[in-house]
Design a protein around this ligand. Structure first.
Ligand code: FPP
Length: 237
């Protein structure tokens, strides 16, 4: 999910932008609950993109504080609810203390088996492909891999989402119809859903609407409609 529209939501109420982000955190809580109860196994949220550093310094600082306080206050609750947390992105620019909190939160929740919650922070799809490419190049240079053995599976095993399935559904709120450097490799076959609803107004019933839209789509993975129908008949038999 790309959680867009917090700033506009706040502005339309004569409130500072950060008030929109605060309301956004409430919606994050609701989404974690709803995904759990709907049986959705993986949820990936774009909380801070590599490009978000370009925002006014005060907003960047407040967003960081919000993420830090979410880590401080929510991790135990996530753990109690059997949620597994993984933070993806380039964490190098963050204070050591925050990096440590992330490592500890991931370790605490590592064995949890209900929702896998992935939070993308200082993340960019191109960064993800680049860091994977560098690791592949190192493995080739060390002789651990040959160039010929590098295939989709190898690349995937170095992406920050390694081990997670490709997303079935991508949701972006806030009216823009762009992927904006989110999970570029991983979204190759995902259903794309864009809504005008601003993130702070997004809720469980909006999520159900998006999932219903997804359920009504035929996913062909490059095959023809006839092939998909045939494969479905065979697997039903
Ligand atoms: C985009 O809205 C939103 C963000 C850049 C930040 C999203 C962060 C949160 C909802 C809170 C932290 C998340 C977690 C997982 C605890 P915008 O500011 O671009 O809105 P606009 O397009 O209306 O200006």
């Amino acid at each position: 999910m790309i959680m867009d529209g917090n700033g506009r939501w706040a502005k339309s109420r004569g409130m500072p932008r950060i008030a929109g982000h605060h309301q956004g955190v409430e919606v994050v809580r609701e989404m974690v609950k709803s995904c759990g109860s709907m049986g959705i196994e993986y949820l990936t949220l774009f909380a801070f993109s590599s490009e978000n550093w370009r925002r006014p310094q005060t907003e960047v600082r407040l967003l960081m504080e919000l993420l830090k306080s979410a880590l401080e206050n929510e991790v135990k609750k996530l753990h109690r609810n059997n949620v597994r947390l993984r933070v993806i992105g380039d964490l190098a620019p963050f204070p050591k203390r925050m990096q440590k909190m992330i490592v500890e939160a991931e370790a605490l929740t590592a064995a949890n088996t209900s929702l896998h919650l992935q939070v993308a922070v200082n993340y960019g799809g191109r960064w993800d492909m680049l860091q994977a490419t560098r690791k592949v190049a190192e493995a080739v240079a060390n002789g651990e891999l040959t160039p010929e053995s590098v295939d989709d599976t190898v690349i995937e095993s170095y992406l920050s989402t390694a081990g997670a399935p490709e997303p079935d559904l991508f949701i972006r709120t806030g009216g823009e119809s762009r992927i904006s450097n989110f999970l570029l490799w991983q979204l190759a076959y995902s259903e794309l859903y864009f809504t005008q609803t601003l993130w702070p107004d997004f809720n469980a019933s909006e999520l159900r609407k998006a999932v219903e839209h997804f359920s009504g789509r035929e996913r062909r993975f490059g095959r023809t409609g006839d092939q998909v129908e045939l494969a479905e008949n065979v697997s039903d038999a």
